[in-house]
Design a protein around this ligand. Structure first.
Ligand code: NDP
Length: 450
């Protein structure tokens, strides 16, 4: 028995039977169900209406062929996914991941998490996720464009400004969103807010690029303030990854008085004891699409180490994993704890293994889970949707200040929910419960179709 509650055990057993071998999806479901034990005790109406049985099954899953022609005239075939998980509180919303590791399990774990994250933002957005096993790395712009056009040729049949609004994620940045948007418009003859993360010249929102990283730091700052009466000021910070989330987390953590000493990519990590020079990182990663290793050729005193995991051996006060799922395991958690880490907040989705989370919580390290800490990206995407509907553009300051308020509210709602359900200080349980209750309520109101 993995659960104390028999009903939850039954739900989980069924999910395991239905989704064999989907380890990331099962990991995400298990974590949420564990948090729901006290809810199930208090709310028999939710159990009776089968809300939890329903919420673990996507409303719709689309898997499709994506054929495209490479620069040598050779036909390539990738697999495309869109999982429309839950639309109880709004149109499906969630990013598109382009990475060779993409499979049904990864998209379903991300889509499932997205339901609760989107609910936590307080905005009217349902949960979804998509992507492909296509790898943009090493491809020419023309190849990326042909792939994106083929991908959207099928995807456009299933999405829409009031139905499902995808966004960026790993491997899907401004370039890919632009190509996909262009193709959607060509096929549907509609200029509409069907994607977020768009360029500023065609309906994008100011501060969307920065939102996930900035939001992560706003959440972390609030967690430090309320739970330890502390701040980023004077703290040493280690951030994994060097993509969109990592770059803007570095920028905000530095602005708030922290010193970011390490960043990584999938090959290795850099250590700069003087604090990372972000202009150099942006030039390498955003302009040249190069490798993080290059940083050491440009900045004196910095070192590079091959392999990603070693980044967690660097002594720090605050650790912000911002690369990918399960990148921080129990062994790395032990080292961080031994080195005196005081707070860990997740910029990536599910970057800490369950073992690592347990260790942080047992050691009294403040732990901010992804679905709360990185919700700033999707929240700002929802703000982009509002601007598109109004056909207006808000200023950077306006969007940034809304983002900050949303992150502060997410922290407090999670904190309060954990307290109400007898788990004070457990922000994982608090985020799961607060996110779940709003969706459950909407599902109860909307009934079941017979
Ligand atoms: P990017 O593609 O911009 O950057 C991803 C970074 O993580 C790169 O440095 C990449 O290195 C590294 N990385 C990716 N896969 C792996 C891997 N398997 N092992 C080690 N390193 C890896 O993506 P984002 O910054 O947008 O996304 C990062 C994380 O944040 C993801 O988990 C994403 O789901 C999450 N997130 C993103 C949001 C957003 O708004 N962009 C919103 C909420 C969550 P390399 O270049 O070598 O591949």
């Amino acid at each position: 028995m993995e659960f104390k509650n028999e009903y939850l055990q039954g739900v989980y057993d069924k999910v395991c039977q239905r989704n064999p071998g989907e380890k990331e999806f099962l990991q995400a479901v298990k974590e949420v169900l564990e948090s729901l034990e006290p809810v199930v005790e208090k709310r028999p109406d939710i159990v009776e209406a089968g809300v939890i049985d329903r919420i673990v099954e996507p409303e719709r899953q689309i898997i499709f062929r994506v054929p495209w022609v490479d620069d040598n005239g050779k036909v390539q075939v990738n697999r495309g996914f869109r999982v429309q998980f839950n639309s109880a509180i709004g149109p499906y919303k969630g990013g598109l991941r382009l990475h060779p590791s993409v499979c049904a399990s990864v998209i379903k774990f991300l889509g499932f998490e997205q339901i609760f994250k989107n609910s936590l933002t307080g905005l009217p957005i349902g949960g979804g996720k998509g992507g492909s096993d296509f790898d943009p790395k090493g491809k020419s712009d023309a190849e990326v464009m042909r792939f994106c056009q083929s991908f959207m040729t099928e995807l456009c049949k299933h999405i829409g400004a009031d139905t499902d609004v995808p966004a960026g994620d790993i491997g899907t940045g401004a370039r890919e969103i632009g190509f996909m948007y262009g193709q959607y418009k060509r096929l549907r003859n509609e200029f509409t807010g069907v994607l977020t993360g768009k360029g500023l010249s065609y309906g994008g929102s100011l501060a969307r690029t920065e939102a996930t990283g900035y939001g992560l730091c706003y959440y972390t700052a609030e967690m430090l303030k309320c739970m330890k009466n502390d701040s980023f000021q004077g703290k040493t910070v280690v951030i994994s990854g060097s993509g969109n989330v990592a770059i803007y987390a570095t920028q905000k953590a530095t602005e708030l008085g922290g010193k970011v000493v390490a960043l990584s990519d999938s090959n290795g990590y850099i250590y700069d004891p003087n604090g990372v020079d972000l202009a150099v990182v942006k030039q390498i990663k955003e302009v040249e699409r190069g490798r993080i290793k290059e940083y050491c050729n440009r900045v004196q005193g910095a070192t590079y180490t091959e392999g990603c995991k070693g980044i967690w051996t660097i002594k720090c006060d605050i650790a912000l994993p911002c690369a990918t799922q399960n990148e921080l395991d129990g062994e790395s958690a032990d080292i961080l704890i031994k080195n005196g880490v005081m707070a860990v907040a997740e910029g990536a989705n599910m970057p800490s293994t369950p073992d690592a989370v347990e260790k942080f919580q047992a050691a009294g390290v403040l732990f901010g889970p992804a679905k709360a800490a990185n919700a700033g990206g999707v929240a700002t995407s929802a703000l982009e949707m509002s601007q598109n509907s109004e056909r207006l553009s808000w200023t950077f300051e306006e969007v940034d200040s809304k983002l900050k308020n949303i992150m502060i509210n997410i922290f407090h709602n999670s904190y309060d929910a954990a307290k109400e359900y007898g788990m004070e200080g457990n922000l994982v349980a608090g985020a799961n419960i607060a996110g779940f209750l709003k969706v459950a309520d909407a599902m109860l109101w909307q009934g079941i179709s017979y």
